[in-house]
Design a binder for this molecule. Structure first.
Ligand SMILES: C[S@@+](CC[C@H](N)C(=O)[O-])C[C@H]1O[C@@H](n2cnc3c(N)ncnc32)[C@H](O)[C@@H]1O
Length: 218
């Protein structure tokens, strides 16, 4: 932004910037994220997600799931204790948050460079994360999800979408720590570059949301 056009006293810029930084740190705190996800209808999201997960582990009683941007690892509860669960998140503050009673492998890392070998996961989950990824990271995160998935593995993607006409959803996006909500068409097209989409589930919570189940393209 052009600071010369700003009406705020230039001496106050550092103060304003540090307030913005502090606010940014606050809204992105894992506990605040968790509260926000609950407010945005976490239980409704889980009602759609749980049957997809249940189908996967019914066919595969022991496996490995990688939760990209796993945050406080709430999604651990969906997977059997016998499954190895990795939560990968760049925010080291999630390490301070208690686990949910099943083993968790927490790794500090970025969606665009997953600290895991090729073909090592049966499932990759990306839940409520894509809107945190700018255009320099979002496509790379899908390439990484593809890389770590075993052939025939499952990619499970869920996020709220940007809908201009859904005004209350727009208000919540303004308050979100993630600044890159995308339309469902943009999300689907990006996922389809790396994956064969098997199922699409669309539903409204606060945001219109999209749940995709997909397999890696060779
Ligand atoms: C709204 S929270 C969702 C947490 C979890 N997936 C859930 O559904 O409870 C978004 C998470 O994405 C993480 N995140 C932000 N940028 C990321 C990146 N570049 N790579 C991986 N995760 C990222 C944040 O640290 C945060 O934990």
């Amino acid at each position: 932004m052009d600071e010369s056009s700003n009406l705020v006293d230039p001496h106050l810029y550092p103060l304003r910037m540090s307030f913005r930084d502090a606010l940014g740190r606050f809204v992105s705190h894992p506990r605040v994220n968790e509260f926000q996800t609950r407010l945005l209808g976490r239980s409704r999201l889980e009602a759609h997600l749980n049957p997809v997960a249940a189908r996967t582990f019914a066919a595969l009683p022991v496996g490995t799931v990688v939760d990209i941007g796993g945050g406080t690892a709430r999604s651990r509860s969906m997977w059997p204790a016998e499954w190895t669960y990795y939560s990968i998140d760049p925010d080291a503050r999630v390490l301070e948050v208690e686990s949910v009673g099943k083993p968790i492998e927490r790794l500090v890392g970025d969606a665009s460079a997953l600290p895991l070998p090729d073909n090592s996961a049966d499932v990759v989950l990306m839940q409520c994360v894509s809107h945190h990824l700018d255009d320099s990271i979002w496509p790379a995160s899908l390439t990484e999800a593809n890389r770590v998935l075993k052939p025939g593995g499952s990619f499970i993607f869920l996020d709220g979408v940007w809908r201009k006409r859904r005004w209350f959803s727009r208000v919540f996006w303004r308050l979100d720590a993630g600044h890159y909500p995308r339309t469902s068409g943009e999300l689907e097209r990006a996922v389809a570059k790396e994956f064969h989409i098997l199922e699409t589930d669309r539903f409204n919570v606060v945001h219109h949301s999209i749940l995709l189940t997909a397999q890696p393209l060779p």
